[in-house]
Write a protein that binds this ligand. Structure first.
Ligand SMILES: Cc1cc2nc3c(=O)[nH]c(=O)nc-3n(C[C@H](O)[C@H](O)[C@H](O)COP(=O)(O)OP(=O)(O)OC[C@H]3O[C@@H](n4cnc5c(N)ncnc54)[C@H](O)[C@@H]3O)c2cc1C
Length: 191
């Protein structure tokens, strides 16, 4: 088995969205970065997901992360920073609810979520209040929460991040597996 001989300030293990995003941001801000991926770029969960991001289920921290993600993807979409059209889209969505759902949402974790949603302008609406017309759904569905869902093309985002991180100086090695991490005096010596 051959070993990779490189020196870096930061070694990132894994070429999924997390590792690639970290490599991109660190390289852009001037760090000497290496990323190693045992397969190809986006070989794991990042290569097979829906590319959706939404407001989340309600805690205020999630809303902050959502707002940051929205702005970042919108900026990349407009500027072409990643070298691809990342297909950033915003679609309407409605969550369909029965009376039983509404009743159960008055207790437990949903109670808190509903309170937070209401502060953000989202609340269950009766059918005749919906902006999105859904005439063909079951009569049992008496309520809906109107929201939006945002999508990006995750494959293009991952490959765009890899290429752009390299442009900023990151070194990316695919088909390279990390087998061990050597730590001396609380410091990573070797990966
Ligand atoms: C079907 C599905 C749909 C999803 N839909 C969404 C969605 O719409 N929106 C959303 O936000 N999230 C979604 N997710 C979740 C999202 O995909 C993951 O949270 C995210 O991709 C995790 O990214 P990651 O970089 O941490 O992991 P991964 O993408 O799995 O990357 C980890 C990488 O590390 C590599 N690796 C592992 N061990 C080693 C090693 N020893 N040496 C070198 N490399 C190694 C792997 O090969 C892999 O490429 C979905 C997930 C799935 C499965």
């Amino acid at each position: 088995m051959s070993k990779l001989m490189e020196k870096a300030d930061v070694t990132i293990i894994g070429g999924g969205i997390m590792g690639l995003s970290t490599a991109y941001h660190l390289a852009k801000s001037g760090s000497n970065v290496i990323l190693v991926e045992m397969g190809k770029i986006a070989a794991g969960a990042s290569g097979c997901n829906n590319g959706e991001f939404s407001r989340g289920y309600g805690e205020s921290g999630e809303l902050g992360i959502y707002a940051g993600s929205y702005k970042m993807y919108e900026d990349w979409s407009k500027s072409g920073e990643l070298g691809y059209d990342i297909e950033f889209e915003v679609d309407s969505e409605i969550w369909l609810l029965t009376d039983e759902h509404i009743e159960s949402m008055k207790h437990g974790p949903w109670k808190r979520r509903l309170e937070i949603w209401e502060k953000a302008g989202r609340r269950p609406l009766k059918r005749d209040e919906w902006k999105i017309s859904e005439p063909n759904i079951s009569e049992d569905i008496k309520w809906g929460i109107e929201t939006t869902v945002n999508t990006i093309n995750i494959w293009k985002v991952c490959h765009g991040l890899a290429q752009t991180a390299k442009k900023y100086g990151a070194k990316i090695f695919t088909h390279t597996k990390v087998n061990d991490i050597e730590v001396k005096k609380d410091k990573v010596e070797n990966v």
